[in-house]
Design a protein around this ligand. Structure first.
Ligand SMILES: Cc1ncc(COP(=O)(O)O)c(C=O)c1O
Length: 401
C-alpha cells in the first residue's frame, strides 16, 4: 500500500557482498511505521501511496483478453507499437505539440523511466538540483552514480511552491540537471506554467537538463486546471525528459507500465539501456494501457472528483487540528502539513500510531529539511479520513511541543 520504494531499507549495504554505492539508499522511518502498523488491529492508513479505486473494468478486460489471445511474448524494445502510437496521439493532443512514437519509451512504471534517466546521466562532478521535500527515488539514484545533490527547500507557507528564480539562481558551473516533480509527492503542489516555463527555458539556455516526474499529471484538484508539463513548456525537447505512467491516473499501479517522453536522440540511446535493465515492459499490461488510452476518460474524472471532495475536507480538518499548519494542495492525493519547528515527526508519528492507530508518513522520508512534517494521504474513504482525524485531533491537542 505504501510505494515499495518508500519502504526501502539500506541495511544490506553494510554487508561486504554489496557495492558501497548501495549505501546511498536511505533508511527512512517508514519501515518502522509499517512494521508497527502490521502488528496492530484497527489501523487507519493515511500512509497510502496508490489510488484506492478499482482499476476500470474495460482495462481489466483488455488485460485478460491479451492473455487469452496469447499476447505473452516480448514486445519491441521501445514498447508495444500500438501503445507507442496511442501515447503519441494522446500526448500530442494534450500537450499541443507534435510527438511521434520515437519520442516515447515504454518502461516498467515511471520508476524505471526515472531510473534510466538518472542513472544514465548522473556521474561524478555533475550536480543535480532537487527540491526538498520530494519523492525519495531521485537523490539516492543520483548519489549511487557519483552525482551531487543541491537542495532547494520549499515551505508550507507557500503551498510548497518552488520559486523559479531560486532554482535559476542555484544553477552553477557544476549544475547538470534539475529534477522536478509536479504534481508533487509528498506536497501535492502543482507548479504553474510560469514556473515550468521559466525553469525549462533558462535551463536550456544554460545547457542544463530538466527531468520531470509527472506521474500525477492527471490528478488535478481544482476545477478546469490545466497541467503545464515540461513537454509543452519547452521550446524543443533537447533538454527535457518527462516520465509518467498508468499507475495513478487509471489506478493501475500493479500493472507496472510507464513511459518517458524526450527527444528522439535521447530515446534512441535509452532504448538500448532499457534493453539491459528490464528488456521490455509486460506485454499484456501494455495492451491494458492501449485500452486505457482508447477508452472513456470519465473514469479518471470520477476518481478526480472524489479526490477533490476528500482534499477539500482534509484541508478543513488539518486547519482544525491542533499544532498542524496546512495549505491547499492542488494535485496528487497528499497534503504535507508541518508540526511546530524542531518537532521530531518520526517519533511523534510512531507514538501517534501506537496510541491512536492512525498511520501517517513522517517527513524525513522526503528530505532533510522537513523532519517536522507529516504526509497525509487521502487515498482512503471519506469515512476513514473522518475517523482518523477524530482520533488524531484530541491526541495532538494533548501533546506539548
Ligand atoms: C512521484 C512519484 N513518482 C513515481 C512513482 C512510481 O510510479 P510507478 O508506479 O509508475 O513506477 C510514484 C509512486 O508513488 C510517485 O509518487
Amino acid at each position: 500500500m505504501v510505494n515499495p520504494v518508500e519502504m526501502e531499507q539500506g541495511d544490506q549495504a553494510e554487508s561486504p557482498l554489496f557495492s558501497p554505492s548501495l549505501q546511498a539508499i536511505p533508511m527512512p522511518g517508514i519501515r518502522r511505521m509499517i512494521n508497527t502498523a502490521a502488528g496492530m488491529d484497527d489501523v487507519i492508513h493515511l500512509s497510502i501511496g496508490q489510488p484506492d479505486f478499482p482499476t476500470p473494468q474495460p482495462i481489466i478486460e483488455a488485460h485478460i483478453d491479451a492473455l487469452r489471445e496469447g499476447k505473452t511474448g516480448y514486445t519491441m524494445d521501445a514498447g508495444l507499437p500500438e501503445l507507442l502510437s496511442e501515447l503519441a496521439r494522446y500526448y500530442s493532443k494534450r500537450y499541443d505539440r507534435e510527438l511521434t512514437e520515437d519520442n516515447f519509451l515504454v518502461t516498467t512504471g515511471a520508476t524505471e523511466a526515472m531510473y534510466l534517466a538518472l542513472t544514465a546521466t548522473a556521474a561524478p562532478g555533475r550536480q543535480f538540483i532537487v527540491t526538498d521535500p520530494t519523492f525519495l527515488l531521485y537523490a539516492p539514484l543520483i548519489r549511487m552514480n557519483g552525482g551531487e545533490i543541491k537542495v532547494i527547500p520549499t515551505r508550507p507557507e507557500h503551498g510548497h511552491q518552488v520559486d523559479p528564480q531560486e532554482v535559476i539562481d542555484a544553477i552553477g558551473m557544476r549544475t547538470f540537471a534539475i529534477v522536478l516533480n509536479s504534481p508533487s509527492n509528498p506536497s501535492g503542489a502543482v507548479y504553474p506554467r510560469e514556473t515550468i516555463e521559466a525553469i525549462v527555458q533558462e535551463a536550456a539556455y544554460r545547457g542544463v537538463y530538466v527531468f520531470a516526474d509527472e506521474v500525477y499529471d492527471h490528478i488535478l484538484l481544482d476545477e478546469d486546471m490545466e497541467f503545464p508539463s515540461v513537454i509543452n513548456c519547452a521550446s524543443d525537447l533537447d533538454h527535457v525528459m518527462s516520465v509518467s505512467s498508468f499507475s495513478k491516473t487509471f489506478s493501475m499501479a500493479g500493472f507496472r507500465i510507464g513511459w518517458m517522453i524526450s527527444s528522439q536522440g535521447a530515446i534512441k540511446k535509452l532504448r538500448r539501456y532499457h534493453m539491459f535493465t528490464t528488456t521490455v515492459a509486460s506485454t499484456p499490461a501494455q495492451w491494458a494501457g492501449v485500452a486505457a488510452l482508447q477508452g472513456d476518460m470519465a473514469c479518471v474524472d470520477d476518481m478526480n472528483a472524489e479526490y477533490r471532495r476528500r482534499r477539500d475536507r482534509v484541508v478543513e480538518l488539518v486547519s482544525e487540528t491542533p499544532h498542524l499548519t496546512g495549505y491547499v494542495p492542488q494535485g496528487a492525493f497528499y497534503i504535507f502539513p508541518s508540526l511546530p519547528p524542531r518537532t521530531d515527526a518520526t517519533d511523534l508519528s510512531l507514538r501517534m500510531l501506537r496510541e491512536t492507530g492512525v498511520c501517517v508518513i513522517p517527513g524525513d522520508a522526503f528530505g532533510d529539511t522537513c523532519g517536522n512534517a507529516i504526509r497525509i494521504s487521502f487515498s482512503n474513504s471519506m469515512d476513514n479520513i473522518e475517523e482518523a482525524f477524530a482520533r488524531m485531533q484530541p491526541w495532538l491537542a494533548k501533546q506539548s511541543f
